[in-house]
Design a protein around this ligand. Structure first.
Ligand code: TYM
Length: 333
């Protein structure tokens, strides 16, 4: 069977990029027969982006409710919280012992921090925690623990997948073929969903559209998406337009083709924004109601996560025992 796995960091409110880049393709994949799906809240990873306990807690609830509102069937999939699986940090250590420091030095997030420090005239590692540095190893443990073949993610996660493969390869080389090498699965129509300012939609750029913003706020945000100053009637460049990319991510291929023609024919920006609002609202509205109901019952969500963790640990515990044995731990009798 094909194993599909992906996670989201609960460090903020879920946005359209998380939904189109990870949640929607993952929920769709989980419906195929012959697929086993593993979806989780990467709350240990969230500690690297925020030191606000209430934010992690709130975001965990919001992201869990989002998965469920998006139609995740918890009977069919493994749905859990990373920090409920103590085998994951344990595997992280086994992987740390085979992961090259040079490999981790090349991680985009770490390099960006070092480059920024250099530009600011600071010590290379100023403000960099070991958590940030080790981020890719913890993520490799998430993936390798459950022998995932396919990991649906946005383009920003490709390097992390390459590192997971690299680390798995090193372990297999030293101790035998224990790990499956995972592949990133990128949805070509949404590989990177742009935000309000045209850059990648991201909590760290403060340019996100919250997935469950009330309709009036959603509309206001969509009307604030940056465009060029071309007048109605002037042909517009679909490929260079954040508006068009968002439209494409929330419509059929046929609708996207029609919108491309409308861009060529000089659709007014206001009209294109209205069409985008209607498309997104149409996709989100039914989920929004479910989401509101779910979020009002945190105890229910907590129960589902605990059950999911039990199911996941039933696989993680014996696999970790195998790995400990392979490296020579706890083997005396
Ligand atoms: P995170 O929480 O930043 O984002 C969750 C998922 O949403 C995708 N995404 C986007 N996709 C398209 N366009 C965007 N603008 C956009 N913004 C975010 C991300 O690519 C991601 O797929 N390191 C991961 C969490 C993680 C994980 C894992 C993922 C931890 N362990 C194991 C897969 C497998 C992260 O920070 O995602």
């Amino acid at each position: 069977v094909q194993r599909v796995l992906t996670g989201i960091k609960p460090s903020g409110t879920p946005h359209l990029g998380n939904y189109a880049g990870a949640i929607r393709p993952a929920v769709a994949a989980s419906r195929h027969s012959g697929v086993e799906s593993f979806y989780f809240l990467a709350d240990y990873h969230a500690l690297i982006s925020t030191a606000d306990p209430l934010r992690v807690q709130r975001s965990t609830l919001e992201i869990a409710a989002t998965w469920l509102a998006a139609g995740l069937d918890t009977e069919r999939v493994w749905f859990y919280r990373q920090s409920d699986i103590p085998e994951i940090p344990e595997l992280t250590w086994l992987l740390t012992c085979v992961a090259g420091k040079g490999l981790l030095n090349r991680a985009h997030a770490y390099k960006a921090a070092v480059d920024k420090n250099a530009a600011d005239g600071l010590d290379a590692d100023a403000g960099v925690s070991m958590g940030l540095f080790m981020y890719p190893v913890l993520m490799a443990a998430d993936i390798l623990m459950f022998k995932a073949n396919s990991v649906p993610v946005g383009r920003d996660q490709i390097q992390h997948l390459e590192m997971a493969r690299d680390i798995a390869g090193s372990f297999n080389h030293l101790y035998g073929e224990h790990f499956v090498l995972p592949e990133a699965a990128i949805d070509a129509s949404v590989a990177t969903l742009p935000g309000l300012d045209g850059r990648k939609m991201s909590k760290s750029y403060d340019n996100t559209i919250p997935l469950f913003a009330p309709p009036a706020e959603l509309k206001k945000l969509i009307f604030s998406i940056v465009t060029d100053s071309k007048a109605p009637g002037e042909p517009k460049d679909a490929d260079g337009s954040a508006l068009f990319q968002l439209y494409q991510a929330f419509s059929s291929a046929e609708e996207a083709r029609a919108m491309r023609t409308a861009f060529d024919d000089g659709i007014a920006w206001g009209e294109a924004k209205q069409a985008l609002f209607e498309h997104i609202e149409g996709a989100v509205a039914p989920m929004r109601d479910k989401y509101q109901a779910l979020i009002a019952e945190p105890a229910q969500i907590e129960r589902q996560l605990r059950e999911g963790a039990e199911k996941a640990r039933a696989l993680a515990a014996p696999f970790l025992a195998e790995l400990r044995h392979a490296v020579g731990l706890r083997n005396l009798a």
